[in-house]
Design a protein around this ligand. Structure first.
Ligand code: RB5
Length: 144
C-alpha cells in the first residue's frame, strides 16, 4: 500500500509523527509537505495528495489542517476522492466501513496525537462493508 500525505502548518507536526508510524510499518509514503511550521495555504499541499489518489498513484491519502475543513473541502473536489473528516476512532472506522473513504482527513487542532495515530491505524486496516453502501457511494460523484 502506498500512502500520499500532506497538510498545512497546523497539521505539520502530526504529519511527521504519522509518516514515522507508516514507515515503521514498512508502508511506502509520499509526503507532499510542508516540512516547517511556516504559514502556508492548505490547497497547495492538499491538491497534490488528492491528485495522487485520483490518478491511482497512491492507494490512499491522509490530509491534515487545523479544523480539517479546508483540507477536506479541497480534497473532495477531486473525482474518485472520498475524504472523510474524522475526529474520533469510531468515525474513522465508519468512514471505512460505510463510505469506503480513501482519504483520512484529520483536524489536527481538535484531536490529540494519540487519537490521530489510532485513526490512522484504523483507516489502514478497516475494510469497506460493501452491500447497501455500494450504490450510495456510487451516487456521490456529480459527473463521471
Ligand atoms: C490555519 O490557521 C487554519 O485556517 C487551517 O489549518 C484550517 O483549519 C482551515 O480550514
Amino acid at each position: 500500500m502506498k500512502i500520499a500525505i500532506g497538510s498545512d502548518h497546523a497539521g505539520v507536526d502530526y504529519k511527521k509523527a504519522i509518516v514515522e508510524l507508516l514507515k515503521s510499518k514498512g508502508i511506502e509514503v509520499e509526503d507532499f509537505g510542508p516540512f516547517t511550521t511556516d504559514s502556508v495555504d492548505y490547497p497547495d499541499y492538499i491538491h497534490p495528495v488528492a491528485q495522487s489518489v485520483e490518478d491511482k498513484k497512491a492507494d490512499r491519502g491522509i490530509i491534515l489542517c487545523g479544523t480539517g475543513n479546508g483540507a477536506g473541502m479541497t480534497a473532495n473536489k477531486h473525482q474518485g476522492v472520498r475524504a472523510a473528516l474524522c475526529w474520533c476512532p469510531e468515525i474513522a472506522r465508519l468512514a471505512r466501513q460505510h463510505n469506503d473513504a480513501n482519504v483520512l482527513d484529520i483536524p489536527a487542532r481538535f484531536v490529540t496525537l494519540e487519537q490521530a495515530l489510532e485513526m490512522v491505524e484504523i483507516f489502514l486496516c478497516e475494510p469497506f462493508e460493501g452491500g447497501r453502501h455500494i450504490c450510495r457511494i456510487n451516487k456521490i460523484p456529480c459527473s463521471k
